[in-house]
Design a binder for this molecule. Structure first.
Ligand code: SF4
Length: 61
């Protein structure tokens, strides 16, 4: 199973949260966090990761 996480370079733009709200949610720290990596396909997550302006979404297969 792939491991998905957001590193601390996230600038909190909320793009990933808007795209996949079941996977990503904003935390009290103003950064996105992965709440359920299995709520979307790996392909969808990779697309959102590519769209992240700071390349903060990491996927390890
Ligand atoms: S798209 Fe990237 S920078 Fe924007 S909230 Fe998500 S992880 Fe953070």
């Amino acid at each position: 199973m792939a491991k998905v996480w957001v590193d601390d370079t996230c600038i909190g733009c909320e793009a990933c949260v808007d795209e996949l709200p079941d996977v990503f949610q904003m935390g009290d720290d103003g950064k996105a966090h992965v709440v359920n990596a299995e709520a979307a396909s790996l392909e969808e997550i990779k697309e959102v990761a590519e769209a992240c302006p700071t390349e903060s979404i990491k996927v390890e297969e």
